[in-house]
Design a protein around this ligand. Structure first.
Ligand code: LMR
Length: 327
């Protein structure tokens, strides 16, 4: 073998070794439990991505705010300290006001309507609503419809008067509880259990999956079947990092992401009723249905919130969302 060939062979071995020794490490951080729809989707992404690119891609999943909690994870992603996060749609208002649509109370009748809106042109356009901030939306992911809870039954809007409610960092949700005379407090998800237990707040809102997996029902006496809003996610990544990946890897990771979201959505759809039943079976909190008439009172009391945020969200988008309620 000539010296030149030897050098080429040596360089080849060196690149292969370096390649094998340095996998692309993808940190996927979130704030909920592994058993929740988002937790399941993240683990599925790890499984699929590592199967597609054995030894080349390594996905590290950090649940339960272990790596970064609310408030920190977006900045960490933009700084490149974590590659994938999936915050609730209520947590993006610093970057875009348009996603606030998902927080409007009583806008969507159910998760199927949310699906139809997200698949439509308005929902799809929102995936790119933070492009100018270097944030790329990889896809929507469901959790479910939210339920209100407190230490007293919340049958009518007047029952919320004077109560302190933990909310996500959303001005729409703040307006929603202000509209019924409540006292909303923005608190990070990791601190909710303690805030409820210690009485820092009297009540909150969350879907069944979060309530059960974080044991909020152990520190709340009543949970209303209110379905008054939705808690969904946007899986996002740092656009510069994503665009800098080799094309074949980006394509494969995108496929893995699409599949993992489908899986998470299936968990969300199928498990919501089970998580609700588990809360009932635990007998720690009482689950109270709301009659149609009671639900309408809440709807009416919270209706002014729509007008308040209409200019920021866009009237057309609200109409499109309402249309999605009709099959
Ligand atoms: C919350 O803060 O209540 C949720 O956004 C947590 C989550 O990620 O589901």
């Amino acid at each position: 073998m000539s010296l030149r060939l030897l050098a080429i062979a040596a360089a080849f071995v060196f690149t292969q070794t370096a390649y094998a020794a340095d996998p692309i490490v993808i940190k996927y951080s979130h704030v909920v439990a592994d058993q929740s729809p988002k937790g399941q989707a993240a683990l599925k992404f790890k499984e699929l991505a590592e199967k597609k690119f054995p030894g080349v891609v390594e996905v590290q999943v950090f649940p339960n705010s272990q790596l970064f909690g609310d408030g920190k994870e977006m900045e960490a992603m933009l700084l490149g300290d974590v590659q994938i996060i999936a915050p609730s749609l209520s947590k993006f208002s610093k970057y875009t006001k348009r996603l606030q649509i998902y927080d409007l109370p009583f806008l969507f009748d159910n998760i199927q309507a949310v699906d139809r809106f997200q698949d439509g042109p308005y929902g799809q356009a929102l995936l790119d609503s933070m492009k100018d901030k270097g944030i790329k939306g990889l896809g929507y992911l469901h959790n479910g419809m939210k339920q209100m809870s407190a230490n007293k039954p919340l049958r009518n809007p007047e029952d919320a008067k004077g109560l302190k409610f933990r909310i996500q960092s959303s001005d729409v949700l703040e307006a929603q509880f202000n509209a019924v005379g409540g006292n909303p407090q923005k608190i990070a998800f990791a601190e909710v259990y303690q805030a409820l237990q210690s009485g820092v707040v009297d009540g909150t809102e969350n879907p069944w999956a979060n309530t059960y997996t974080k044991k909020f029902h152990e520190v709340q006496k009543y949970i209303m079947d209110s379905d008054h809003g939705v808690l969904d996610y946007l899986v996002v990544t740092n656009a510069a990092w994503w665009d800098g990946l080799p094309a074949n890897i980006r394509k494969g990771l995108n496929e893995a992401m699409v599949e993992s979201i489908k899986f998470g959505n299936k968990v969300a759809y199928e498990e919501a009723a089970n998580f609700r039943q588990k809360v009932i079976d635990d007998k720690k909190a009482e689950v109270l249905p709301l009659t149609r008439a009671e639900q309408n009172k809440w709807r009416k009391a919270m209706a002014p919130v729509w007008k308040q945020f209409e200019a920021e969200i866009g009237r057309d988008a609200i109409f499109a969302a309402l249309k999605a309620n009709k099959r």
